[in-house]
Every structure is written in C-alpha cells, then in structure tokens.
Design a protein around this ligand. Structure first.
Ligand code: NDP
Ligand code: 8X3
Length: 249
C-alpha cells in the first residue's frame, strides 16, 4: 500500500517534531518544515527517504508557495496538514507590549497558517484528507499578557470551524487541538531565551508533553472516516481556571 503523506509545520521542536516522529514511526511520509534546517536534517538522518525537508519562514508567502511547488513525487499528494508552527512573544499587558512582537505573532500564527492552508486545500480535497490546526486554550480563556497571542489562537479555532463548514461534502475533516500548559521550547521563545523563566513556569507541575499531543494526532488520523472531532481541549491536571479580577476605586 502507498504511504500516506503528511505536511507538518514547525517540526524542528516541540509538538511538531513529536507529531512528525509519531507519523513517521507509523509509516507515513512526512514533509517537515521550520526555519532551523539542521534540525529537520536530523529527522531525515533517522527516517531517511520518508522525510522531505521544506525549510521556510511561515511569514514568507513566496517561500511557502515555492516549497509546495517543489514537492517531489511521493510527497505531492497531501493527505494530512498539521498547522502547528506558531509562537507567543512577550507577556506584557497590551499597553506595554511591543508592536513588532504582536505583528510577528499575527504574521506567523494567522497569515502564514492561512496562506499555507489555502495553497494545500486543492490537494487535501483531492485526497479527502484531514486538517489538524494547533490552537490553544488561550483561544477561549483570556489571561493577563495573553492579548494578541490569545487573539491569534481564537482565529485558529474559529477558522477551523469555518473550514469545516466550507468543506462540507468534500470528505475533508478538520480538527482544532487546543492544549493548555505544555513543556516545549514555547516559553523559552516567549521570553526571548530566558531559561530560568521557562524552568520556573513548569516547576512543580506535570505539564502536557509533546508526545501527549502527538498521541492525540495519531488517535485522530486512525478514526473511522465518517467521524470528525471538531475540537480537543486538554489541560494538565495541575492547571485550571481562576476567577475574574475586580479593580476597586
Ligand atoms: P516550540 O517553540 O517548541 O515549537 C514551535 C515551532 O514553530 C518550531 O518548530 C518553530 O520552528 C516553528 N515556527 C515558529 N515561528 C516560525 C516561523 N516564522 N516560520 C517557520 N516556523 C516557525 O513550541 P510548541 O511546540 O509548544 O508550539 C507549537 C504550537 O503549539 C504553536 O502554534 C503554539 O502556539 C501551540 N501551543 C503551545 C502550547 C504550549 O504550552 N507549549 C499550548 C498550546 C498551543 P523554527 O523556529 O525552527 O522556525
Ligand atoms: C499556550 C498555552 O496558556 O500559555 O498556548 O497560552 S498558554
């Protein structure tokens, strides 16, 4: 049987790398993307010809389209798109936030994601395939300093539901995965490389792991073709909700 092909963005680290590895171990062909090409090469070193490296910046539409146009035979028919690449930058309240960081989150998490999805939709429809978008609990639950990051993830969740509507009748399935606190390089990136801040955030917690999310992806891809899981929201047991804040005059 011909191997199925997945396109996994942000496969250099965290969820994306774990998702790529789980799919590869299950016999899939995987197009892996990210800016740090040497990390993508390390996947190819382990999994060989089942891996196609497409190194580009999600903010560069021309590079996205060129990478898709250059997909070799054996990787051109896409059965699964995992829109995972993304980031949070900064934890400051809106009134002290950096506009450059805000724009980078929007350009990556929203504009890059929709550009890539738009380009791959014809292939996904032809394959009666599946789209898995990595959103976040930040899409639903606001928190101080989450401002634009939460806004980008609310977009990802709502875009996922909208895609389901538009793709009605095509057989293409769409799921929004919405994880809570997970230990990856996410906080290191968010804090511009502050390892202490990252270690402090996860101290005394058993966070979600990248493998936990990869296992959700594997569960989704093995479901019978007549089922669509719209959203999966997951938190570590150590994480839950806090109340509203009241400012008293
Ligand atoms: P990591 O920082 O470990 O991984 C992020 C991935 O995104 C990397 O592979 C990175 O690749 C890629 N990426 C970021 N910016 C770009 C860009 N401009 N162009 C191409 N690739 C890019 O974090 P996670 O694995 O945690 O994050 C994966 C997704 O999960 C993100 O969308 C994040 O918002 C979401 N998420 C994370 C949670 C968490 O607590 N960790 C919880 C909920 C959702 P490279 O830098 O090599 O380009
Ligand atoms: C990452 C989870 O709660 O840090 O999307 O925003 S959170």
């Amino acid at each position: 049987m011909t191997a199925k092909t997945a396109f996994v963005t942000g496969a250099t680290s965290g969820f994306g790398r774990a998702i790529a590895e789980h799919l590869l171990r299950d016999g899939w062909h995987v197009v892996v993307t990210g800016r740090r090409t040497e990390r993508l090469q390390s996947l190819r070193d382990v999994f060989g010809d089942a891996v196609h490296i497409a190194s580009f910046d999600m903010r560069d539409a021309d590079a996205i389209n060129a990478a898709i146009a250059a997909l070799p035979e054996g990787f051109a028919h896409i059965d699964l798109l995992v829109n995972n690449a993304g980031l949070a930058l900064g934890t400051s309240p809106a009134q002290r936030a950096d506009l450059v960081q805000w724009r980078q989150m929007i350009d990556t998490n929203i504009t890059g994601l929709v550009t890539l999805t738009h380009a791959l939709l014809p292939r996904l429809i032809e394959a009666r395939g599946m789209i898995i978008n990595i959103s976040s609990i930040a899409a639903t639950y606001p928190y101080g300093g989450g401002n634009v990051y939460g806004g980008t993830k609310a977009f990802v969740t709502q875009f996922s539901l909208g895609l389901r509507s538009d793709l009605h009748g095509t057989g293409v399935r769409v799921t929004s995965i919405e994880p809570g606190m997970a230990e990856t390089e996410f906080t290191l990136v968010r804090t511009s490389g502050d390892q202490t801040a990252s270690d402090t955030l996860y101290a005394g917690v058993t966070p979600i792991t990248a493998d936990d999310i990869a296992e959700q992806v594997m569960w989704l891809v093995k479901l019978p073709a007549h089922l669509n899981i719209n959203r999966i929201e997951t938190m570590p047991v150590n994480q839950s909700f806090a109340g509203f804040q009241i400012h008293r005059e």
